[in-house]
Design a protein around this ligand. Structure first.
Ligand SMILES: [Mn+2]
Length: 575
């Protein structure tokens, strides 16, 4: 049976009994004034239901039902889904069974008689208003286990015994007509069960009471949650800091702490699972990287004009392009620094004019289907015929590319010889190669000190020119799974950045004048694919200076459509 038919049947049978009880968590004095500011007041269900506004007017047509789910489906967003998998994908690219297997793997990491509690991401508002920011971003852990993209939701994964099936309960807001008018469609408990594949869907307004029962059931053999009695207290897996930002979260936390139930953080377990990506996740990471590359190429093209362009123009061209290709948002504020702004690692003002032959550093990323990209390229812009004209610019850029080559070669060599290699090992190799470069680029006496590899390393002086790490994990977040130490050996399915750089402070008078204000970083996305091969997801845009110039020139002379084909061809070949 198609999911739409299942939904239609469920809706017909269940909406007739839609509860019109009041909403204890959101409608009354239980919401503090500070929480009301964070979470705008939802009107009392009881008052509006008395006017008949809170009844769901369900028509039997499929489109109406699908529209009420409140997040993309194949029917409403066919451009985001793979038509071949339209009945399987819960979110674009990820199947319902993959979400179920994620919960099952989490279940294996939990002890018996445990409950994991996850909250959806908070809604943020423009200051002093109840106007929400346009692009709601789901909490990554919650998204990973549920595929639920909507706010004001929560989930419990209950494990009674090793040999008993997990129980997955999803909590969503009750239907509220006024909320729908202001904020659009949402999944309500009546829809959620079938659509999200949970064992039970419950109104989030009743979650506190439900949690009490789950916790109490740990010592009760007659509980509806258990098929057998358990004598010890429920162990609760939750990230407490996530519960303190809303009145609702605080109430749930109080239920757990008042009962003195033993708690453990959930995030170490969720990050351990999220760290290794599945085949579908790697495909989504490649799609995100390919869209991001399209955006960077569009910015390159825009920079090669004789019109006056600003850094912001280039940033906007990138953002427009990635969003046109399906990105929901940028992964982080774009760094678009021309000339000496390229020396500022997290430059975000992006508001100055790009002059002819300026080096343009763009460090950009987008989030698409829940997965991010993070790529940096440097090129010469500001005029139709821009090129690297300064020998120091050429030298710094070329030597950063050399460091990149050293790091990637080490990675490739270690993976091939099955030598364990970690992000920390890559950083050590990067620092070593960077020091070699610095010895060549810096005068032998700089700032009253003699520059040798030893002096750069032993005093950590290299960090003045290379202040960041060469790598971080990548995935649903830009700095993904930060609890996985950098000393962990890279495994199949793991994705990370490789980003060497060199930055020479414009105001550092100890440097030769031509070196001041020169900065370059080259950042690639790398994964060890499931076949155990090193895969550079950002390889469609070259880094070698001459190759890159030829690439930009060919992209200027061709149409935007042709460019799209150039980089997405690589995406297709990845699958
Ligand atoms: Mn990065």
């Amino acid at each position: 049976m198609s999911s739409a038919r299942v939904l239609r049947r469920a809706l017909r049978s269940r909406f007739a009994s839609t509860s019109s009880e009041s909403s204890p968590l959101f409608s009354s004095s239980s919401v503090s004034s500070s929480a009301a500011q964070v979470e705008p007041a939802v009107p009392s269900s009881s008052s509006s239901s008395s006017r008949g506004e809170n009844r769901y007017d369900v028509k039997s047509d499929e489109q109406n039902i699908i529209n009420h789910i409140g997040q993309p489906t194949f029917q409403t967003h066919p451009h985001l889904f793979n038509p071949a998998n339209k009945d399987d994908e819960l979110t674009p690219g990820i199947s319902k069974s993959e979400y179920a297997s994620r919960r099952a793997r989490l279940g294996k990491l939990l002890q018996e008689n445990a409950v994991a509690i996850l909250l959806s991401g908070d809604v943020s508002h423009y200051p002093n208003t109840v106007i929400p920011h346009a692009s709601y971003r789901q909490d990554s852990d919650f998204m990973y286990f549920t595929g639920m993209m909507q706010p004001h939701s929560a989930a419990m994964i209950i494990k009674d015994r090793e040999d008993a099936p997990l129980r997955y309960v999803l909590f969503t807001r009750r239907y509220d007509k006024r909320d729908e008018i202001w904020n659009g469609w949402r999944a309500h408990p009546e829809v959620a069960e079938t659509f999200f594949g949970c064992d039970e869907s419950v109104a989030i307004e009743s979650m506190e009471e439900y949690l009490r029962k789950v916790l109490k059931s740990s010592s009760s053999s007659s509980s509806s949650f258990l098929s057998g009695g358990l004598s010890t207290a429920r162990k609760v897996f939750m990230d407490k800091e996530r519960f303190t930002t809303t009145a609702h979260g605080n109430q749930l936390l109080k239920v757990v702490t008042d009962g003195a139930f033993p708690t453990q953080a959930l995030k170490a377990k969720s990050q351990a699972l999220r760290w290794r990506k599945s085949e579908s996740e790697l495909i989504l990471l490649q799609k995100s990287a390919s869209a991001n590359l399209e955006g960077i190429v569009a910015a390159m093209r825009r920079s090669r004009t004789n019109e006056v362009v600003t850094e912001r123009d280039l940033m906007n061209v990138h953002e427009y392009t990635v969003k046109s290709l399906g990105a929901d948002r940028l992964a982080f504020p774009t760094v678009m620094g021309a000339s000496n702004r390229a020396t500022i690692v997290h430059y975000y003002q992006n508001d100055r004019i790009v002059h002819p032959n300026d080096l343009c550093l763009m460090d950009a990323g987008c989030e698409m289907n829940g997965y991010v990209s993070d790529i940096t390229r440097v090129w010469a812009g500001g005029s139709e015929t821009a090129s690297f004209v300064n020998d120091y610019q050429k030298a710094v850029y070329d030597r950063v590319c050399d460091v990149r080559a050293v790091v990637l070669a080490k990675l490739e060599r270690d993976i091939r010889s099955q030598t364990p290699v970690s992000l920390h090992d890559l950083h050590v190799a990067c620092v070593d190669a960077t020091c070699d470069v610095l010895v060549d680029l810096l005068p032998s006496q700089t700032g009253g000190e003699s520059i040798t590899k030893n002096s750069l390393l032993s005093k950590g002086k290299y960090a003045q020119y290379f202040p960041h790490a060469v790598s971080h994990w990548l995935g649903m977040d830009t700095h993904d799974t930060p609890l996985i130490p950098g000393s962990t050996s890279i495994e199949k399915g793991v994705c990370f950045s490789v980003e060497p750089g060199l930055y020479f402070d414009p105001n550092d008078t100890t440097l030769p004048k031509s070196l001041r204000g020169v900065g370059a970083r080259v950042e690639d996305e790398v994964c060890l694919n499931l076949r155990g091969e090193v895969d550079v997801l950002s390889r469609a845009v070259p880094v070698d200076r001459e190759e890159l110039d030829a690439f930009i020139a060919s992209n200027i002379s061709t149409s935007a459509t042709t460019t799209t084909t150039t980089t997405t061809t690589t995406t297709s070949s990845q699958k």
